[in-house]
Design a protein. Sequence first.
Length: 422
Amino acid sequence: MAFEKIRGTYDLLPEDSLFFYKLKKDIEKIFELSGFYYVESAILQPVEIFKRSIGSESDIVKKEMFEVVSNSQSIVLKAEETAPLMAGLSEKKILESSVFTKFFYFTKVFRHERPQKGRFREFYQYGCESIGDFNKFMDGEVIELGKRILNHFKVSHSLHINSIGCNVCRKPYLDNLKDYLRKEKDNLCDDCKRRVETNPLRVFDCKNEKCKKVTSAGPKILDNLCDDCKNDFEGLKDFLNINGIDFIVDPNIVRGLDYYEKSVFEFVETGGKLGSQSTLIGGGRYRYKKDEIFKNEITGVGFAGGVERLILSISEDVKKNFVDFSSLDIFIVHFGGETFKKGVELLKMLRENGVKSEISFSEGRINKLLSLASKKKAKYVIIIGEDELSKGKISLKDMKTSLQKEISINLEDLLKEIKNGD
């Protein structure tokens, strides 16, 4: 039977893996510079974590979970990071510390969705969580972080913000929204007909043109906010304006998971690279209520972004500038025997001094080995022949200029030559 890859999955292989690795390191550095600590939850999780946090009627729980067969427990592959992360931090009582309140992650998640451009069943998510009482400064820092990541990779985007209110103002709004949607049920897709009763806010997320037409004419949460939520949302807008962050107030941004409250936001790709799956980053404020999973009430703000969508949004020119695919500094050529021993000795010293180096582990004609170095796009080639070795020297060839010179077998001299050449 012919090998067939599982739909919605992919392998990270050169040259894609080189850029992926660079992107991961750059994102992690941006988070670290803002005082966020790296965390990651286990891939295998009890399904109850998602039912209690995301909502048992959410699309993720009802249709998109990958179940793992187990005789003793309902286990799933994690479909998002925030809920299991909060459960883990709560269990270990880490959130009781005033030191560890800001976290970031870069992890795999799994959703049984229909694969399409920018949407996979196994994919990577990056994101952050800032834990503490609600305030506009935390919101602003997290939003600014998302913008900084997109700017770093020169991705065209716009920021959309909204408020979905709190428990005080959202309940009467949802009753009003349900009444409206029930009257429009014949104009909704089958999924949204179900959502009307289970999670009406999710109707705003639907990409079906008929459903979008219905929601555009329906009641908006911004018109139903309590005074506290209104003041809070105005404070966020003021903060963004003061900090020069452009935004669009978009009443259709709802982030239809149960734990969201008050401010929500999305960064949307505007360069036409993603088609209908144009959301790059989504997030907002949240509240996890105290129960047997979450030992104490947890409030915070955070976001998550899909790595694959981010990569699709980055131009090829930008990718080339970020990754030097010819990043091998030195390739060592030898002729066996004592020249090989000296090559291995030199290789060890170079690597210990941060020089990216390789050696040919097989002997061959000089032209063949130089050709191999060229294919590896090495910047320099060290040639160790018996004559050179007897004089305590090596030949250093600059692969860009083809200039070749003899220098002493002295690490300091070699490093100086490489530095001067760069």
